[in-house]
Write a protein that binds this ligand. Structure first.
Ligand code: 1HN
Length: 349
């Protein structure tokens, strides 16, 4: 007799799986459809953290623990779909860090790359590899992988910034290393403003050779970014989904400013009513100016300055602005593009 189909004896199969399991083997056909899905499948949910709702908790953390004892006093923005995982998306970490007047967050370094985006306060500093920068709201500051960094606040006001790190990616690769500097503050070897002067003016020191994939400019001041958007608005065509959107770039090669995290600043003019948009890079937004609405999947969030929200991978979202809005955002787009994975789609308006 010719067998046209294999007998389906569930018990036989189970027994087979148990047998091969002893050799650390497992059948692909039982899991294939969950591994290779026709469209992205993940647990990341749309979410918003409204600053008015959480600022009190951030300030209360300042009464509970010092920046020095905590090492970094941060409330993690944890995605509600990924509880206990310290992730805002599958590949990225985000948190809001508080540093009070007179405090120091001690010097250390790690293989994870970090971005700071200043949300509140004026005049605290971060030091990276021997150079300090004074921070202002809307500044985008980079701590490249494996660079010494410490923060301090010599101003008379609390400062709060958004931290974005590639912690889940580094963990995925099993490549986390960290160490502490023996003192709270690292020694300074260059004057403040040195990096911006050398690399941030469309100029480059003669013979300069990049040693890493991260931009040598480590503070992109908001005043310049805002000016660029305002100038562009005079003649640039608006993207129907994203308005006027700029990428922060590494001036050495025009690539993203950080190798693992793409960073963006966009302007939505008053009355903007964006068409639906989705992309495979789940994106974290920090509202700098203005009020508007983000409809992400089934949920509509009204937002204002200092609010944070997240749009998951491949979820449709629409942005609208009731006043001129400026939004900072970040995602894992550089990595997805390097891997030929990144896709975007615009819907009908
Ligand atoms: C870190 O080093 C900082 O340097 C902030 O400010 C948040 C979260 C996890 C691991 C290291 C910082 C961090 C972090």
């Amino acid at each position: 007799m010719i067998m046209t189909s294999t007998p389906t004896n569930a018990d036989d199969r189970k027994a087979f799986y148990d047998t091969i399991g002893q050799q650390n083997l497992t059948p692909l056909w039982e899991v294939l459809h969950g591994l290779v899905t026709p469209e992205p499948v993940h647990q990341v949910q749309p979410a918003i953290w409204r600053y008015d709702d959480i600022r009190g908790h951030i300030m209360a953390s300042g009464e509970l623990i010092t920046a020095k004892e905590a090492e970094r006093r941060v409330l993690i923005l944890e995605n509600p779909g990924l509880p206990g995982q310290s992730k805002i998306t599958g590949s990225l970490y985000a948190g809001l860090q508080l540093i009070l007047p007179g405090e120091v967050a001690p010097a250390h370094r790690h293989t994870q790359s970090a971005l700071r985006f200043v949300v509140e306060g004026e005049g605290a500093y971060t030091a990276v590899d021997g150079e300090r920068t004074t921070m202002h709201p809307g500044d985008f500051v980079i701590t490249p992988s494996w660079t010494w960094h410490d923060h301090g606040n010599d101003s008379d006001r609390p400062m709060v910034w958004l931290d974005g790190l590639d912690i889940p990616m580094v963990s995925f690769f099993g490549a986390s290393f960290a160490e502490k500097w023996p003192e709270d503050s690292q020694p300074l070897s260059r004057p403040e403003g040195d990096s911006l002067a050398r690399y941030g003016q469309g100029l480059m020191p003669e013979g300069y050779q990049a040693r890493t994939h991260t931009s040598p400019v480590f503070n992109y001041p908001y005043a310049r970014t805002r000016e660029a958007l305002e100038q562009m608005r005079i003649h640039e065509k608006w993207d129907p989904a994203q308005g006027l959107k700029l990428n922060y770039v590494n001036p050495v090669n025009g690539d993203f400013a950080m190798p693992t995290i793409g960073t963006f600043m966009q302007l939505l003019p008053k009355g903007f009513d964006g068409i639906p948009y989705r992309a495979t890079d789940a994106t974290v937004f920090s509202v700098v100016e203005g009020t508007g609405e983000a409809t992400i999947g089934e949920q509509t969030f009204s937002f204002g300055p200092r609010d944070h929200f997240v749009a998951p991978s491949w979820a449709w979202y629409r942005l609208s602005a009731s006043e001129d809005c400026v939004l900072f955002s970040f995602s894992d787009r550089p990595v997805q593009q390097k891997l030929d994975l990144w896709r975007e789609q615009r819907g009908n308006g």
